[in-house]
Design a protein. Sequence first.
Length: 147
Amino acid sequence: MTLVRYTYPHHRSLAPFGRSPWAGLEGEIDRLFQSTLGDFTGSAASRRVPVDLFEDTDNTYVRAELPGVDRADINIELVDGYLNISANRKTKTGEREETVTLSRSVSVPDAAVQADKISAAYTNGVLTVTLPKREETKPRKVTVAVK
């Protein structure tokens, strides 16, 4: 593989303005990394938890990374079509103790989930919430009859 340096063709015309054509993009990338890294540094009182959503034919899964959180400090609720996950992470530095609240809400259609069968597992800092699908919403195979 050969790496080629590409120079933005209108770069010289933007030079009088004193601004790189990539300045906006660079600022957005910096903001993205700051907000993501802040989730794990505990620098603010409340942070949004990143989640992964995936499904198979029987269940929908919500996976959230909650490093350094005790199982007893995790709360999960299904309210008005939203799965709400919140957790408190306590860190102690010397004599000072800081509590960071992590939270996330995910939209879940009430008609598609069996609310009474929702389960959650927390292993090695990863929370996995299993949302069983209702029979009516599961995909069905239809066979084609020959006439």
